[in-house]
Design a protein around this ligand. Structure first.
Ligand SMILES: Nc1ncnc2c1ncn2[C@@H]1O[C@H](COP(=O)(O)OP(=O)(O)OP(=O)(O)O)[C@@H](O)[C@H]1O
Ligand SMILES: [Mg+2]
Length: 255
């Protein structure tokens, strides 16, 4: 079982979209996948068409120890693809964790109960570096960073690397940067190309060759409660995520 955080402090860069579509592609090739919606906004939950009822346990319940991770996991419409949904309460966990001993390790401990139920666990992080994200990174083997090619992207990335290294030093020495994926890419846009060149120069082979294009179909899919791979399999966006998942697996073998 491999645990991967999808993280970037910047909002709206494609974290949730990347998490659910890599998960969908992996589940389609027989991998057992769990997505943990670890953002109080709950976008991964709603993007998969899941309407939470009051009895359903959430990632918040797991984090505060009210329920174990396996019990909180529910099936999605897709085979081999489970999710632990989010709840707005998760925003309060930040404060509730203040008094907890070893508060950075709470999720890590909680995920031990999953044992080997899944091949991959993908954690969709919120757009900040708070105690929730720290818990995700401390619980993870690696991190995938979606990056939008826009002004100041490289500065944001440098900051994020500092944060990841601080977590490595203090809490989780085994954490690795699995890869950086360029999202919402516009071929027509010269700035996109310049930033892509810079990111590839500094981060080399950590940057996936596959680039996710800006696509209206990708933006539409969540409102239908479906990953783009299900909503419009033939679209360029869906095909890009399939390529990304293939490249992800190929590189996994090389690590
Ligand atoms: N390649 C794309 N082309 C067009 N729209 C996209 C693309 N990827 C994501 N979007 C849309 O952009 C918005 C932000 O994407 P997403 O929710 O995946 O980002 P996020 O990083 O998870 O955001 P947040 O930081 O708020 O959690 C969503 O409305 C999503 O549907
Ligand atoms: Mg998100």
């Amino acid at each position: 079982m491999k645990i991967i955080s999808i993280a970037n402090r910047k909002g709206g860069v494609g974290k949730t979209t990347t998490a659910i579509n890599i998960a969908t592609a992996l589940s389609a090739i027989d991998k057992r996948v769990l997505v943990i919606d670890f953002d109080p906004q709950g976008n991964a939950t709603t993007s998969l068409g899941i309407v939470k009822n009051k009895e359903q346990m959430s990632s918040y319940d797991v984090l505060v120890g009210r329920c174990d991770a396996q019990t909180a996991a529910i099936a999605t419409d897709l085979p081999r693809f489970d999710i632990i949904p989010s709840a707005p309460d998760l925003a309060a966990a930040e404060i509730e964790l203040v008094d907890v001993e070893k508060r950075e390790y709470v999720l890590r401990e909680a995920l031990k109960t999953l044992k080997n139920s899944y091949d991959y666990v993908l954690i969709d992080c919120p757009p900040s570096l708070n105690m929730i994200t720290i818990n995700a990174l401390v619980a993870s083997d690696s991190v995938i960073v979606p990056l939008q090619c826009e002004f100041l992207a490289l500065e944001g990335l440098a900051d994020l690397m500092k944060n990841i290294n601080a977590i490595k030093r203090n809490f989780n020495p085994a954490l690795i940067l699995q890869g950086i994926v360029l999202t919402m890419y516009s071929k027509q846009n010269n700035l996109s190309k310049m930033i892509e060149a810079d990111v590839r120069k500094y981060f080399g082979c950590k940057v996936y060759d596959t680039v996710i294009p800006r696509s209206v179909r990708i933006a539409e899919a969540p409102s239908f409660g479906k990953p783009i791979l299900v909503y419009d399999f033939k679209s360029t966006g869906a095909q890009a995520y399939i390529e990304l998942a293939k490249e992800f697996l190929k590189r996994e073998k090389e690590i």
